[in-house]
Ligand binder design. Sequence first.
Ligand code: BYC
Ligand code: FE
Ligand code: FE
Length: 470
Amino acid sequence: MTTVDYDTLIPNNVDLAADRRLQRALEAWQPKFVEWWKTLGPLAFQDSDVYLRTAVSVSQEGWANFGYVKMPEYRWGVFLADRVPGRTVAFGDHLGEEVWQEVPGEYRADLRRLIVVQGDTEPASVEQQRALCMTAPSLYDLRNLFQVNVEEGRHLWAMVYLLHRYFGRDGRDEADELLLRHSGDEDNPRILGAFNEETADWLSFFFFTYFTDRDGKFQLASLKESAFDPLARTCDFMLKEEAHHMFVGASGISRVIQRTVELMKEHDTDDVGAHGGIDIATLQRYLNFHYSVSLDLFGAETSTNAANYFAAGLKGRFQEEKRADDHRLKDATRQVPAMDGERVGERDAPSLVALNETLREDYIADCAKGLERWNRILAEVGAGLSLPHVGFNRHVGTFAGRPITPDGRLVTTAEWEAGMSAQWLPTDLDKAHVRSLMAPVREPGKMAGWLAAPAAGIHGKPVDFDYVQA
Ligand code: BYC
Ligand code: FE
Ligand code: FE
């Protein structure tokens, strides 16, 4: 057996070298992770040199290195944001108390559950995206895909570190399970719905990184408020990497839209499909799908789990400290969406049980900002995209399975089924067309015809830099 030098192999700021037991546990897990990466990570390019960012510290300036790396040799590290001296619990029953450096016995099961759910999504997304490397529209995009993939791998490491360090035998078992559940597996699927859908093409990838990685942003931001300080600190640092994932989505869709608008003007038609582009109606249908699936990730409108997590101090709200209320919410109420007989309506609910909805609203407002930017490009041709109604195509919560249109009307089953098969979600024709455009482009600086070139390259490199060397 080879011994692994963890100080050099796993960059870390948690003093791994000082904890022999932990080191041994991670030493046993590491080869399983690499095996998983090679089997279920990117389908190809595992021996290629990829120009990647690697986290190497948590300092504001220079937290990452850029350079060529072969992906299986990527140095997946463990980094926690610096401790905030004197940090106290910002919400819930323990408001004002000192934060915890160890897991309180009474919250052990809930914390483990939250960490496992978070951890499960990270490798799931890598599995979902594994075939995309075969059809990347440019080397620049191929590199961005791999960047997102290795960082989702590091996010798994972040959660596995917590499981190994703070949850003993159970934690080690959970860490193993994270490599055994697989996206879309009939018998052993990933935990949350959206992570069992295949990311079949690059348009889906851009919408996924825009909408689903953004769920990641909001969940991590809520966990960053946790009274369990190591969880808070690790999520804080993960958010740094997350920003790039959402950039990939936002700029990816912008470039598709830019190209669509160019083709519309050049050929004086909405039907740019015939000219190798993606028309606006198709973009809207893809958007409808990824947005609605991502809304489900926030859970039901009212949830006693969410109330308990908050009261216990395990999971806060987005930007908890900026909120001007008592941070306990014991007597507060708010309106939540509800089906009111045959109408889409609202009802009163205790704020504490409505926290999933509060986070979903914050998320929706953030999603809308990107739409505004996209619509500025589309305004040139008098068009626009919109976010569908929150009740459309939902599988979790009060709207689950309800025949609600993207504009929020409750319709007959017949009308709904007609819309669902032909108008509101990607049709078989849409998918076939998008797939027909997915021919790989591997010459530095060249772009596939269905999207515009990015405005700039990565880390000051030119767009035509050789981001992936075969
Ligand atoms: N699919 O009480 P409810 C990311 C379950 S993304 C399947 O409303 P709760 C990333 C639920 O577990 C961020 N099941 O749920 C992005 C519960 O089951 P139990 C991931 C679902 O607990 C891109 C039951 O239904 N992080 O990082 O209030 C690439 C009742 O529901 C779903 C987190 O999610 C679903 N969509 O809220 C890479 C943070 N929704 O307990 C990475 C941690 C609900 O009855 N997770 N269920 O067996 C949480 O905070 C909560 O578990 C949830 C659910 C917000 C997800
Ligand atoms: Fe992640
Ligand atoms: Fe991400």
